[in-house]
Ligand binder design. Structure first.
Ligand code: ZN
Ligand code: ZN
Length: 362
């Protein structure tokens, strides 16, 4: 068996498919044997080396890529869904995803890159990003450089994964658990079968995607604006629409974590890092992490700050000055998601006034 393949027993393997130039290193693509042929859970980044590794991995599990029956995608991100199109080409396999993420795939495919740049610029400006951060984006737009972005050529899924659904996989029992937060349509997949080594202290195994990882906190930002692709003015800040209709990704994520904790699987098979057993403990850690983060944010909001200023003041894995350009955009989105949560809980409010939005503790 090649080193990138792990046999998890009971007809389940994982294949470590590399993500080029990414500190995460690889995506763990899982292969599940069914009576109709092998099914993949996620596929990996669309890159020739990644494809070669995936094909070698499927072969090492004892199958041919042409035998693949289907593909279950935990969420639309390119390190999970990137190679789905190639898999379909090689095998005719169906591709299934939650409808909320399929909608993101469809919008991304239809988006005109220039408009996408406009939307990003508008959103960062509204969040208080300084001119020196916006200048490269404006310059790219002025020069008509329609930047390409991952996901533009992503495969359109042909099946929906419904919340709570027992999936149609002959000979296996896999139930979908809708776990929005990291993306609006993220799903975990619960293999409702005895653990092959009879492990006590939980039931079945959970393919957790990016929702529950042993040593990383998944990124929680604002969901992409549905209107964003067509309308740059659709850029939404943490205050955006009013009432219950306002998406609250961090609130969704914490709810999803609670539900996974109640499920208490015997083992978690995540899409990055490594398999682990204490799902309940890990859920508790992540909830505590976000609660602590919200508490510190409330303190920082004793003085009014824009989302950008808040991101600068928050704690990251390195000082703000050392955070690369693109990662700052992600950091601001993360700050906005936390702000959205605080606003929703009535613990922060928007400061009236023109210019970039500012918030303070309520
Ligand atoms: Zn992801
Ligand atoms: Zn990922």
């Amino acid at each position: 068996m090649t080193p990138q393949v792990t046999d998890h027993k009971g007809g389940v393997w994982s294949i470590a498919v590399p993500i080029p130039d990414n500190p995460l290193g690889h995506t763990l693509v899982h292969l599940l044997e069914t009576d109709r042929g092998p099914v993949l859970i996620d596929t990996g980044w669309d890159d020739p080396d990644s494809w070669t590794t995936l094909v070698a991995g499927i072969t090492a599990c004892g199958f041919a890529p042409a035998e693949l029956h289907g593909v279950l995608i935990t969420h639309h991100h390119p390190d999970h869904h990137g190679l789905s199109g190639k898999v379909r080409e090689a095998s005719g396999a169906w591709i299934a995803m939650h409808a909320a993420d399929t909608a993101v795939v469809r919008r991304t495919r239809e988006a005109e890159p220039g408009r996408w740049l406009d939307q990003l610029t508008a959103r960062l400006a509204a969040a208080g990003a300084p001119d020196e951060h916006l200048a490269p984006l404006r310059e790219a737009r002025a020069q008509g450089r329609g930047r390409t972005f991952p996901g533009q050529g992503a495969a359109l899924p042909d099946r929906d994964i419904g919340p709570g659904e027992l999936l149609d996989l002959p000979g296996r029992r896999v139930r979908a658990l809708w776990t929005p937060g990291h993306t609006p349509g993220h799903v975990c997949l619960h293999l409702e079968e005895e653990h092959p080594s009879g492990r006590a202290g939980g039931f079945g195994r959970l393919f957790s995607g990016d929702h529950l990882l042993p040593g990383i906190t998944p990124h929680i930002g604002l969901y992409e604006d549905p209107k964003g692709a067509e309308d740059p003015k659709g850029a939404q800040g943490p205050e955006a629409p009013e009432g219950d209709a306002v998406p609250d990704p961090l609130g969704d994520y914490l709810d999803s974590l609670e539900r996974v904790g109640k499920l208490a699987p015997a083992e978690v098979l995540p899409a990055h890092q490594h398999a682990f057993t204490d799902a309940v403990g890990r859920v508790r850690e992540l909830i505590a992490h976000h609660e602590e983060r919200l508490r510190r944010l409330r303190e920082l909001l004793r003085e009014p700050r824009t989302p950008w200023q808040l991101a600068m003041a928050m704690e990251w894995n390195r000082p703000w000055e050392q955070i690369p350009y693109a990662s700052r955009n992600i950091a601001v989105s993360e700050a906005e998601a936390h702000l959205r949560r605080l606003v929703k809980q009535g613990q922060a409010e928007r400061v009236p006034g023109a210019g970039p939005v500012r918030y303070q503790a309520a």
